[in-house]
Design a protein around this ligand. Structure first.
Ligand code: HSE
Length: 309
């Protein structure tokens, strides 16, 4: 195989009760990445020109992740990485993760799957560290593994793939502003009161239980964030109102997607999902706030191969 094209999807992380450790892979919205072998060694990046992304391999997350990977293997050729961005950077649905994970996944295919999934998570995380300032695998893990995942450790990567209840789906609404992950992480308080730690741990445990049992009422009581959301919500236009609208229209839960500004709602039926999306859209339209909104099932496969040559 000399070249491969993949679809690398978006993701929702934190899911309110699991800051930096929970993530879910989306069906739609993602980057298309083509990687081809080149005869001379090294990496070349070209992007589709959108979003002012750099082609500098030391500043583009795809280049950073690819270099981390190629440090660990001797290869006689190089790679050309062509990125067609489908996710706007700074949107809260894992734009950088899609580029870095999609790239290392594609290169690994050209290396006859030399590396395992946990290695790919480790390499992709270098891209995440570059853009956000800290190692977190909650976006890259579900993209690589598919479905919903829990990152137990990033020191020595340890990730648990969790079940996705059949009817679970998400509604994403992204007010059209950019929030850099590094900025959004700065507003997160560094110390948490023990009472909040107890509540958050209880909610995380019961959320995970709800994934195994499909108990959506328990899920609704668990997807709560008293630690990070109150501070980050201030960065997102109309967050409290959107939350209220989503709840009024029957969502299971609602919260900030990753570092924002996207807002996710969980639902277990398409009629509610459509009602939730329409009602939030109406609200933003009334206020003249530009936004993007969509509904997605959980993507159990993760990165998909589109074409090989
Ligand atoms: N868990 C991370 C955060 C995801 O909330 O900052 C950002 O990509």
């Amino acid at each position: 195989m000399d070249s491969i094209k993949v679809f690398s999807p978006g993701s929702i992380t934190n899911l309110s009760c699991g800051y930096d450790i929970l993530g879910l892979c989306l069906e739609n919205r993602g980057d298309e990445i083509k990687v081809s072998k080149t005869s001379s060694k090294g990496i070349i990046i070209s992007t589709n020109g959108g979003y002012n992304l750099t082609n500098n391999i030391n500043e583009n997350v795809a280049g950073i992740a690819a270099q981390a990977m190629l440090k660990e293997i001797d290869v006689n050729n190089g790679f050309r990485i062509e990125i067609n961005k489908g996710i706007k950077p700074g949107s809260g649905i894992g734009s950088s993760a899609a580029s870095s994970a999609g790239t290392v996944f594609a290169i690994n295919q050209l290396l006859d799957s030399h590396f395992g999934q946990l290695d790919l998570i480790k390499f992709s995380m270098e891209g995440e560290k570059y853009v956000s300032g800290s190692y977190h695998a909650d976006n890259v893990a579900p993209i690589i593994l598919g479905g919903i995942s829990l990152v137990r450790s990033t020191d020595k990567i340890d990730v648990v793939k969790l079940p996705s209840p059949k009817d679970l789906e998400v509604i994403i609404v992204r007010p059209n502003i950019e929030i850099k992950t590094s900025d959004s992480r700065k507003v997160v308080k560094k110390k948490v009161k023990i009472e909040k730690m107890v509540k958050q741990s209880a909610n995380l445990g019961s959320f995970i239980s709800s994934l195994y049992t499909g108990d959506f009422n328990l899920m609704s009581r668990s997807v709560i964030d008293e630690v990070v959301e109150p501070d980050r919500a201030l960065l997102i236009p109309e967050f409290d109102k959107v939350k209220e609208i989503s709840k009024k229209n029957g969502c299971i839960a609602v919260g900030i997607s990753g570092s924002g500004p996207s807002i996710f709602s969980l639902s277990n039926n398409r009629i509610s999902s459509t009602k939730i999306l329409d009602s939030i859209s109406n609200h933003y339209e009334k206020l003249g706030i530009s936004y993007d909104g969509f509904i997605s099932k959980i993507n159990s496969q993760g990165i998909k191969i589109l074409d090989t040559k």
